[in-house]
Design a protein around this ligand. Sequence first.
Ligand code: ZN
Length: 271
Amino acid sequence: MKLKKALLILGVVVFILSCATNPFTGKKTMALVPNSQLFPTSFAQYDQFLTENKVVTGTKDAAMITRVGQRIAVAAERWLNANGHEGYLNDYKWEYNLVDDKTVNAWCMPGGKIVFYTGILPIANGETGVAAIMGHEVAHALANHGQQRMSAAYVQQGLAVAGNVAIKDEKSRNAFNQYYGVGTQVGVMLPFSRSHETEADKIGLYLMAIAGYNPDEASELWKRMKANSGGQAPPEILSTHPSNDSRIANLAALAPTAKAEAKKFGVTTFR
Ligand SMILES: [Zn+2]
């Protein structure tokens, strides 16, 4: 019992010492597992996923995923640089792959490793819809939402000893897999929290607008998502937190702000 209590106190101390500032919100966030340790694990898991799944190459759709991904990443870099966060993306290694799978989903692992399933393309209904999804997923990665969830898990499991967590031992790796939902469970991630979803929606909207995609399309996309999701357990992109209706209303209300943000970067017309 005494040890548990000590670990808990240590965990709290480490938590306070390990807060990082989210450049998008200015809020303090938990960053117990440094990117230098989280990203290599993420990259390895992503590579493994690609070997175990059918990656689509050489098609129009595959080229579109790459094109949209690159434009969103450039938008992210421009936004970060303009707001005094040069070098923020140094450890990121962007990669965009289309996987032949009828699942309606897309995800981004820590450090910018993205997968779109072919099953989500009919709902995306074209490049602008893909940009809305891409913006949202990239936003989760930029805001380190996965890392925050990992950090919370480490504190919870008493793995965060002395503020220096390695993902090398088996117990830590299992926690990574469990809380980021990678490995065999990849793509079936635990839902992000409501606040993380709302944050990713907003950042994603800005990114798509700066990349030249019409942010008005985001709320339209979510209407299609809602129409499609009848009764099924929602995958990450269809997360019910917040509810579809409040999400649609929120995105529609924010679209003019996203266009105003894009104007700062000289983007005034949208595809
Ligand atoms: Zn999300």
